[in-house]
Ligand binder design. Structure first.
Ligand code: GLA
Length: 664
């Protein structure tokens, strides 16, 4: 059996543990409850700096020593944090220069958390000192299984505009461009008299009278992601020599809501990818969004198993209306993450707080205590996760890919574009959802990743693409894949300079189309296509230069012109979608793409039932999640690991229930 966390056999189960919030009798009771619930791993000391070092230089390790020892005696492994996620008040009082600043100059005060500027040399010095102190203290502790560096780095302050950030940005720019004329060329500073004579003149894109230089904004986003990552790397490198055999990671936020950290670059620096995911209660399709975020995490992890470091047992505290999960939803969410490659199911947090900003956030032990539906469900989930041990280390199978590029996301949503209604996640979610509805598992990959194993490559809104990325995507079609690209793709190069000669720039030849002008639709304006489906947001004047029109506009500014096109390329095909199709149009498109590429669902399942296959060295597994209220008949043969029962084709999965079939 494979161990993704040292000493945890199978799929890890547990969550953040904050014993510093509780008296000792509660801490003692926690251990029995954790055992009862099947907890195998906890994340400890994430926000514990002020409890460990209440006064500068005076350490109180007692409570943490006891916790580590007791957890070890209980057989629970520890993902130990560097305790740096929230500076203690004495530090921000002594060194207010470590506080971050927003674009309009507002200093972000202490009193919440993450009140530090990662670029501040003073903060770095103190954070390294703390991380080293924790590592030295517990270097030989038998409970130590994994290092958890800081916490959700960049979550609250993805962009800091402080003076230390300005200096770090200039250092980053000097490394990137070497001489100032290269920066001037890249930033197009002939425009609006922005030409720089020296790197010292350059600032972060702080609040300005009008639109800031877009390449300056894009480079600041790149710098910010790199600077946050370099903070992780500095802490990692400080603790590595102290515990050379303990893996080190930090919890990413690989989700459709987290834009500013380029986790593909980050993944290279962690020993195992770990991520946090929270569903949005108001989103009726939150289980589909969960699937996309999990597919993204797997892509970031290069297809290897990853750790779900946090999700919630029930309500969170940070949405406008925080509703508990419905019956079976925590189980379905957990099993869906495992289906898509997670080798741990962990939560924020073990025990719901009774004070502080997160007191209404759910935990494994709710305010109501153990005599509660939630706690009973947690105990059941712990047992189920235990039963899934054989899946650990296995890999998810997929023949379809969705291209996701963080820089394209940053660039496409910059200001002063043809339409503010063109957003990166819109087509990403719509196309992924259409594939999800058809039971097709999708890998989420980068534009320059190896696409060889995919028969279908879907490219939503890839506004910014490098020549290498564009060539990589074109090569997939040449080789025989079906490639589909949506509007406002291929428009600019990596400097955000328009590719001249007609749209969609980098993909004109591949797609066999050329547009000379955009006609974005006005707010609320809807057009009809020749098959009666509807579309909004976008149209453009497409001329066919080799492609055929599959759909044309029946009305609107582009009436009679191509809306969806298809171009034979080498052994494959490249499709262009020049408008924002409604769900029926998107479904029809995806049906055609699947038919052409030969990509099929994992299983023939009723609508609303999710099925994903993980393949291990000895066995393959199909995870089935019934998101409907109806019983579903499933055609699989093997053993359902959740019940231990042998199953034959036609076996029943109840509405809201899951099955995990080890195939035989
Ligand atoms: C994030 C943080 C946790 C907690 C949760 C609440 O994931 O890492 O500390 O604040 O959000 O949902």
């Amino acid at each position: 059996m494979i161990e993704s966390i040292h000493g945890v056999r199978g799929i890890g189960f547990g969550g953040d543990y904050n014993p510093e919030q509780w008296p000792d009798d509660v801490r003692l009771a926690d251990l029995d409850l954790m055992r009862e619930a099947g907890v195998t791993v906890v994340s400890l000391a994430i926000f514990a700096w002020a409890s460990i070092e209440p006064v500068e230089g005076r350490y109180d390790w007692g409570w943490l020593d006891d916790t580590m020892d007791r957890l070890h005696e209980a057989g629970i492994r520890v993902s130990l944090a560097t305790a740096t996620a929230s500076p203690p008040p004495w530090l921000t009082r002594k060194h207010p220069e470590i506080l971050p600043r927003t674009a309009d100059g507002t200093v972000l005060s202490p009193g919440a958390r993450q009140s530090y500027a990662v670029s501040s040399p003073t903060w770095r010095r103190y954070a390294v000192r703390m991380a080293v102190a924790v590592a030295e203290r517990y270097r030989d502790h038998p409970a130590l299984a994994l290092w958890h560096v800081d916490n959700e780095i960049g979550c609250h302050v993805p962009h800091d505009y402080s003076d230390s950030a300005a200096e770090a940005f200039r250092r980053w720019l000097r490394r990137r461009y070497r001489d100032i004329d290269a920066l001037n060329d890249a930033w197009g500073t002939a425009f609006w008299s922005q030409r720089y004579g020296d790197f010292e003149e350059v600032l972060p894109p702080r609040a300005a009278p009008s639109l800031s230089n877009p390449t300056q904004q894009l480079d600041f986003a790149r710098y910010s992601s790199d600077e946050l990552l370099s903070y992780y790397v500095e802490l990692r490198d400080a603790i590595r020599p102290i515990t050379p055999d303990v893996p080190i990671t930090t919890n990413f936020m690989c989700t459709t809501a987290t834009k500013w950290m380029d986790y593909r670059r980050w993944a290279a620096e962690v020993d195992v990818v770990a991520t946090d995911h929270y569903t949005i209660a108001a989103d009726a399709d939150r289980h589909v969004e969960l699937a996309l975020s999990a597919d993204l995490t797997r892509g970031v992890a290069g297809g290897r198993p990853w750790l779900l470091m946090e999700h919630s047992t029930g309500a969170v505290n940070w949405q406008p209306r925080n509703r508990a999960k419905g019956p079976g939803e925590m189980m379905r969410n957990s099993v869906s993450h495992v289906a898509r490659g997670a080798d741990a199911v962990m939560f924020f947090q073990w025990r719901a707080s009774r004070a502080g900003a997160e007191k209404f956030h759910s935990g494994l032990v709710p305010h109501a205590g153990t005599d509660s539906q939630l706690y009973r469900d947690v105990v059941d989930l712990g047992a189920a996760v235990g039963d899934l041990a054989p899946l650990a280390g296995s890999r998810v199978e997929a023949r379809a890919a969705l291209v996701w590029d963080y820089e394209a996301w940053w660039a496409v949503e910059l200001d002063a574009h043809p339409s503010e209604a063109v957003t990166y996640m819109d087509r990403m979610r719509a196309l992924h959802a259409a594939l999800w509805r058809r039971g097709v598992t999708t890998d989420v990959v980068g534009s320059t990743d190896d696409l060889d194993r995919y028969d279908l490559v879907v490219v939503p809104t890839l506004y910014l693409v490098s020549d290498t990325g564009a060539a990589n995507i074109a090569a997939a079609a040449e080789r025989g894949a079906t490639v589909a690209i949506t509007y406002f793709s291929g428009i600019v190069d990596e400097h955000d300079h328009v590719r001249l000669g007609g749209y969609p720039g980098a993909f004109r030849d591949l797609l066999g189309v050329r547009s000379d002008e955009f006609f974005p639709l006005l707010d609320g304006e809807v057009v009809t296509l020749d098959d009666g489906t509807r579309a909004d947001v976008w149209t453009e004047r497409v001329e066919l230069t080799g492609a055929e029109a599959v759909r044309t506009f029946a009305d609107g500014p582009m009436a009679g012109r191509p809306a969806v096109t298809r171009h034979a390329v080498g052994a494959g095909h490249a499709w262009y979608v020049a408008t924002r199709q409604d769900e029926a149009g998107t479904d029809a498109l995806v049906d055609a793409l699947l038919a052409e590429s030969g990509v099929t669902p994992v299983l023939d399942v009723p609508a609303g039932v999710e099925a994903v296959r993980r393949v291990g060295d000895e066995h393959s597994f199909v995870v089935v999640i019934n998101h409907t209220d109806e019983v579903a008949a499933i055609d699989l043969t093997g053993v359902d690991l959740l019940t231990g029962a042998r199953v034959e084709p036609g076996f029943k999965v109840e509405g809201g229930a899951c099955a995990v079939v080890q195939e035989a």
